[in-house]
Structures are given as structure tokens and as C-alpha cells.
Design a protein around this ligand. Structure first.
Ligand code: TRP
Length: 431
């Protein structure tokens, strides 16, 4: 059985909080222990530059996030754990992909569209304050994923569109240059809870309601004591429904423990006592990891070494793969006998060929090249690759006889004699 490659990145723009832990870090570390997966985890620090313009914050966040993953049990021996900016092949691949990505595709990205909509609503220029980095975000992300030919990409729902774009971009490249990339899929954890924050809304940096995962024990206690509750007095039964405190507990406790707290709610536990109970339960899981985290943060040189070792592992894949991609697109040595010989050989030995591809207008095209690579026939745009494929099939079966009916979908041919000869070739091959 072929092992599944799983890959995900974490933007290094903040400090990990409990919501990140429950929603992403904990399930991902668990999944990385499964035997049948080969996992790639990386610190997306190039992505961080899109949002953060403070160098010290990018560096600090990279350190904190790396230490967090290691403290939560990610084993760098088992997985490939690296920092994006240690892999120069990633920005290189970004450019190769940029050249096959429709601008229109990027115009439709949610994050970019949201900025444009906001500007339009406030009467600004549509692109006011939008960097080309934000616009290109999906292409950089596609390069992250496609470089390692990942099958599964565990992400939050807000990232699904980016994975779909990575698929589109991969398909365009494959159409043009051959099958180099696996088409990735988003892996969404259905049963992982979204954690409420201090104010009861979803825990999120943008709401400023987070609890840092590795806050010191005393600070964790204070933060939990500050979670909003209703005003029911001690002794009054309390509702578990809609209780942020209860949801937080549930994300850490066993089903039995959760039932016991539900009973305590019904029996009228005082909010202060309930909060202490939640605090102690969370700290029980967090404390051993916090100790490792604190040690790691004190030893950045060790983390640096771990990341550099990860980058070597990653580049053992990325460097030769990029060399193949460069060759595929024609970035080749001029004195490479192989390239020159192959070209002449193929022009002598090879046959006319149809090439199908997608243009940046989103339509599907084909062209017919003769054995020497000269253009004989160019189609107009088709709405789907299937329609383009059907037209090709008709030409292969009927030869010149198909030209008349297909005429509206074709550009006029320059050399009808050579075209007829090439089409005849297909009929003879088809038998
Ligand atoms: N955009 C992702 C986020 O903000 C982070 C990321 C960057 C990523 N590159 C990736 C996730 C590649 C998965 C795969 O959450």
C-alpha cells in the first residue's frame, strides 16, 4: 500500500492558544503517530510576512510555535518538521506556479475579495492597502503543498478554498508539462470542537479572547476565573448548554468526567468552584508539556538545530524534484547533450501530437503540433476539458473529414496540406 503523505503549515504570526491546541495541534500530533502516514509539518514564516511587519515578532512566533509543537509531542525523527524559509525551492516553485495560475483565479480568493469588498464599501480604491503578497498567498501555499506531493492537507474550514486552488494550479501545470503533481485534498477534522474564548465567542486572535496554551499556571488560573458565565447564584442549577466553561472542560476531560461536571451543574455548583475544577483539569494535561516548552524556549539553539535537520530532510526531496521541474519547463543547461539530443531525436522519431491545456481565461484549449513541434492547428476555448477532448477524438477518428463541422471551434489553419497529413497519421494509428 502506498503511504499517504500528510502536510500542513502553521503561519508564524502569533502565540499558540488553547483553541489552536484543541483544534489543530493535538489531533495533528496524534495523527502523526499513525504508521501509514508520512507527515510534513512546517512553520509558514514566508506567509507570516504577509500579515506581520515586525521582524522581532516573526522570529519570536517562530520560536514559540516550534517549541509548542515539540512540547506537544511531535517527534522530529518520525516526521519532517521544518521552517518554510529554509527551503529556497519553495519560492522557486512559487514562480513556476505563478506562471500557470490565472489572475482571475486569484481574484476570486476569499481573503483578497474580503479586502476589496471592504475597500469598496468604504469608498476606497478596490486594492487600497492590498499587497501583492496577499494576492499571491494561494500560490505560495500551493507551492508548499505541491513541492511534497501531499495527498492530504489537514486545515480549518477557512482554508478549503486554498486547497482547491492548489488543485487547480497543479492541474494546469500537469496539463502543460506532464504529470508532475499529485492533486491534494483538504482533510477537515469533523469531530474536533471549536473552543469558545474568554467572552464565549469562538476563541480567536482576531477577537482578542484567547488563552495562551503555555501561560504560566497562575496566569492560566486567572484567565479561566475570568471566563464569562451567567449570574446564577451558588446552589441554583446551571445549564451546560451555551456554557463556555463547560465546553472548555469537555475538550479536555473524559466522557465520565464531563458527565460528572454536568451533574455538578445540575446540583448548583458555584461558578467559582466550577472554574477551579476546569482549571485543574486543563492544567493536568498542560503542565507536563509546559515544562518541556519552558525548557525549549530557554534553548533556542536546540530548536534551531532541529529545524535545520528537518530542512535537510525536506530538501532531500525538494532539491531533486525542483531540478526535474526546471527541466520540464525548459530551464535547462544549454550544453547538456541530453537536452539537445533528445530534442533532435524526438523531432525525427516522434509523431504529431495533440496538446491539451488550460488558459488563464479558465477555458480549455488544444493544439496540434507536428513532429518537429510546429503548430498545425489551434482550437478556440472550450468550457470543459471533456469537450476539448471530444473534439480531439473526432479529429483523430475522422481526420480532415472532421474539420468542417468543428470549424467554429478552431482557429484557421495555416498549412492545410501539413494538417491533413498529420491528421491522416492519427487515422492510421487508430486503425
Ligand atoms: N494558510 C495556512 C493558515 O493560515 C497556513 C499554511 C501555509 C498552510 N501553507 C500551508 C496550511 C500549506 C496547509 C498547507 O492556516
Amino acid at each position: 500500500m502506498k503511504t499517504q503523505r500528510v502536510l500542513t503549515g502553521i503561519t508564524t504570526s502569533g502565540t499558540p492558544h488553547l483553541g489552536n491546541y484543541v483544534g489543530a495541534i493535538r489531533p495533528t500530533v496524534r495523527a502523526s503517530r499513525l504508521a501509514e502516514v508520512e507527515s510534513f509539518y512546517f512553520l509558514a514564516d514566508y506567509h507570516a510576512l504577509i500579515k506581520v511587519g515586525e521582524p522581532a515578532r516573526v522570529q519570536r512566533s517562530t520560536l514559540e510555535i516550534a517549541a509548542t509543537w515539540l512540547a506537544c509531542g511531535l517527534d522530529p525523527e518520525r516526521v519532517t518538521f521544518y521552517r518554510q524559509s529554509d527551503i529556497p525551492e519553495i519560492p522557486e516553485l512559487t514562480w513556476l506556479l505563478t506562471c500557470v495560475t490565472g489572475k482571475g483565479l486569484l481574484n476570486r480568493a476569499h481573503a483578497y475579495k474580503a479586502s476589496v469588498d471592504k475597500n469598496t464599501a468604504t469608498g476606497e480604491e478596490p486594492d487600497a492597502g492590498v499587497t501583492a503578497g496577499l494576492f499571491m498567498y494561494p500560490v505560495l501555499m500551493a507551492a508548499d503543498i505541491l513541492m511534497f506531493n501531499a495527498h492530504q492537507v489537514p486545515v480549518g474550514r477557512d482554508q478549503i478554498q486554498h486547497i482547491e486552488m492548489a488543485r487547480d494550479i497543479a492541474a494546469s501545470f500537469n496539463h502543460l508539462y506532464g504529470e508532475h503533481f499529485t492533486l491534494p485534498e483538504a482533510a477537515i477534522e469533523e469531530h474536533v470542537a471549536t473552543l469558545p474564548g474568554l467572552d464565549g465567542r469562538k476563541m480567536s486572535k482576531s477577537y482578542d479572547n484567547t488563552i495562551p496554551l503555555f501561560a504560566p499556571r497562575e496566569q492560566l488560573r486567572k484567565l479561566i476565573m475570568g471566563i464569562v458565565t451567567d449570574s446564577r447564584a451558588p446552589g441554583e442549577p446551571k445549564s451546560t448548554e451555551g456554557s463556555a466553561l463547560f465546553q472548555l472542560y469537555q475538550a479536555f476531560a473524559t466522557p465520565e468526567e464531563t458527565m460528572a461536571l454536568a451533574k455538578a451543574y445540575a446540583d448548583g455548583i458555584a461558578w467559582g468552584d466550577a472554574k477551579l475544577r476546569v482549571f485543574e483539569r486543563l492544567d493536568q494535561e498542560i503542565a507536563p508539556m509546559r515544562q518541556v516548552y519552558d525548557e525549549l524556549i530557554q534553548d533556542p539553539a536546540r530548536i534551531e538545530q532541529i529545524l535545520l535537520a528537518g530542512a535537510r530532510k525536506a530538501r532531500a526531496i525538494a532539491t531533486p524534484f525542483t531540478a526535474r521541474l526546471r527541466e520540464a519547463v525548459g530551464l535547462r543547461r544549454l550544453d547538456s547533450a541530453q537536452a539537445v539530443v533528445r530534442q533532435t531525436k524526438s523531432s525525427k522519431a516522434s509523431a504529431p501530437a495533440f496538446k491539451q491545456y488550460r488558459e488563464s481565461d479558465g477555458l480549455f484549449y488544444f493544439k496540434l503540433l507536428d513532429a518537429a513541434g510546429q503548430l498545425l492547428l489551434q482550437s478556440k476555448g472550450f468550457a470543459s476539458p471533456r469537450e476539448a477532448g471530444q473534439a480531439i477524438a473526432r479529429l483523430q477518428q475522422l481526420g480532415s473529414g472532421a474539420l468542417e463541422t468543428l470549424q467554429p471551434q478552431l482557429e484557421p489553419a495555416a498549412d492545410s496540406g501539413a494538417l491533413a497529413q498529420a491528421l491522416a497519421h492519427f487515422q492510421s494509428v487508430e486503425g
